[in-house]
Each structure stands twice: as C-alpha cells, then as structure tokens.
Design a binder for this molecule. Structure first.
Ligand code: AKG
Ligand code: FE2
Length: 157
C-alpha cells in the first residue's frame, strides 16, 4: 500500500513494517528511504507534537511507495491526546522562543476533522493553527480552552 506525502495528525505514530522498503521521510529537502530493520518500530513525530512543542519538534513529512512484485505491509498506530483536549504550545517553550507563540490552540477533534476533510497535501493542515505575521506574545495569546473555543475556527471552512 502506498500513501502520498503527509504528516500524521497525532502526537506520535508507531509504525511496524514487514521488511519491504517503501517508507520515505523528508530530510534536508530530499526523500530518504527509511529502511525497515528486522523487528524494529519506527516512531514518527506528528502535528500535535509540533504544536505543543511550539515547533521544536517538527512533524515528519513522509510517504510510502509501492514496488511491483513484493507485498509491503505496514501496521500503523497513532498516539494522540483525547479528542476534546485543546492542544496548544507549552507556555514555557513559547516564552523562551524569540518568535513567541507559533500556534494557536485547537481542539484535537477539530484538527483531525480538518485534516481528514482536506486533500492530503504535505503539512498544509498545520496552517489552520499557525500564527503568521501577527506574532502573538505569550501575554496576548489565547491560552485557555475557552479562548481557543472562541477563536472563530471552523473545521469545515
Ligand atoms: O505505509 C506506511 O508505512 C505509512 C502509512 C502512513 O503514513 C499512515 O498511515 O499515516
Ligand atoms: Fe502517516
């Protein structure tokens, strides 16, 4: 099974492959084949980890290619917060970052629905929460679930 370039919506993804190449990760602007070592698990960083770490941990862009002749199997387990959790950068990380808060808070369920309803397109889903231009300072940043709720975000817009 193949899948086009994307990052996963959760915190971490555990991935176990059957030994047939196909998984590639973007590294320094190039696709690199992540060779499955026998008995090993791959752990991929996801979008929620990028948000909560204020961008310190980047969600890894990855894809899977299929090869004729060999059957490739991959078992995927996504680890994420509970669906109603509002995910936002850890305050201390944002305070220590010269760029301040890089993401707005969002309910995980809304983020997931947004990502699933859009065309799988690299890491574009993160743009819905990315703070652009008007960099927020930690003092003025919505940092509670009630403020995040009133952000005007709509998963279908
Ligand atoms: O086929 C793979 O190994 C990757 C699957 C994947 O990226 C996903 O399910 O999100
Ligand atoms: Fe994935």
């Amino acid at each position: 099974m193949g899948i086009s370039a994307h990052s996963d919506h959760g915190l971490l993804t555990l991935l176990f492959q059957n030994g047939v190449d196909g998984l590639q990760v973007m590294h320094n602007g190039q696709w690199v084949t992540a060779k499955p070592l026998p008995g090993s698990l791959f752990i991929l960083t996801g979008d929620q980890l990028e948000i909560v770490s204020n961008g310190r941990y980047k969600a890894v862009l990855h894809r899977a290619l299929v090869h004729g002749g060999q059957t490739r199997m991959s078992f995927v387990s996504l680890v994420g917060p509970c669906l109603d959790a509002v995910v936002e950068p850890v305050l201390e990380l944002a305070q220590n970052d010269p760029q301040g808060m890089k993401f707005r808070g969002i309910r995980y369920r809304d983020y997931m629905e947004h990502q699933q309803s859009s065309k799988m397109n690299t890491k574009a889903a993160l743009d819905i929460v990315r703070v652009q231009g008007d960099i927020l300072t930690c003092e003025s940043t919505p940092n509670s679930s009630t403020e995040a709720d009133s952000s005007g975000y709509s998963p279908t817009s």
